[in-house]
Design a protein around this ligand. Structure first.
Ligand SMILES: [Zn+2]
Length: 246
């Protein structure tokens, strides 16, 4: 039987956004405060982190929109509070994609291997015009090039933790499937920003392919029992179990 893993949700701050940017032309004019989630996966022989939050609250405010971050919502403090880890304790970073709010602190992890779909690396260096402002090359080019492991399609990173492509929000987006005591948990990234995306089949508003996002959400539904969406407000800071079912 494959090893099971433990998971903890680490809050990396909050963004205030127009809700329709997350729910495909629905809910125009409603503003919504959403958390930014990074997730640690541990207890199976490796310390793994899925996404690394934002690098600088003021940069986000100046370039994207309102943003807040409590003291324990910077990655270094969150890892310390939630797990007693320092950045050097992290063996593997999985970036779901390279938008600024998912790879902001990559460069702090000097001992980690970085797992990314090669398609996303290419997309991040040549973004479609509508996504130029949300890829910030210094956040990923500052990582030692040889620390990256570029993958293609579905890959088992370590036994019980796999990545699989879920394009649509970005060209090379991937999600993570983790075997836990509660079943297969999908750490989805932004294929499902909010729970409502995947539960009601409503795509996010920020997309590179509308067709791909429907296929990707279906793929998540077909493999996962539970989900931790990239920006879902009902998830609690440091939550370790009872993640929403699909
Ligand atoms: Zn994104």
């Amino acid at each position: 039987m494959t090893q099971t893993w433990k998971v903890i949700a680490l809050k990396m701050g909050e963004l205030t956004v127009e809700k329709s940017t997350l729910t495909y032309f629905q809910d125009f004019g409603q503003s919504m405060v959403i958390p930014i989630w990074a997730t640690a996966v541990y207890g199976g022989g490796y310390n793994i982190l899925v996404d690394t939050g934002i690098h600088d609250v003021q940069w986000v405010r100046d370039n994207c929109g309102p943003c807040a971050q409590a003291d324990d919502e910077h990655i270094v403090e969150a890892l310390k509070q939630g797990l007693g880890w320092s950045p050097d304790d992290v063996d593997i970073i999985i970036n779901t994609h390279l938008h600024y709010d998912h790879c902001g602190n990559n460069k702090l992890f000097k001992k980690a291997r970085f797992i990314l779909q090669e398609t996303e690396w290419k997309a991040a260096h040549n973004p479609i015009p509508s996504q130029k402002g949300i890829y910030l090359s210094e956040l990923f080019d500052s990582v030692d090039y040889f620390a990256w492991k570029f993958v293609h399609n579905e890959v088992e990173v370590v036994p019980g933790v796999k990545v699989f492509p879920t394009p649509g929000h970005s060209d090379g987006h991937q999600s993570v499937l983790v075997k836990t005591e509660e079943g297969n948990l999908c750490i989805s990234g932004d294929v499902s920003n909010l729970l409502v995306n995947i539960r009601e089949n409503i795509p996010a508003g920020i997309l590179t392919s509308t067709k791909d996002i429907f296929d990707s959400m279906e793929r998540v539904r077909s493999v996962a029992d539970r989900i931790l969406p990239g920006h879902e407000p009902i998830i609690k800071k440091y939550q370790t179990c009872d993640f929403p079912t699909l």
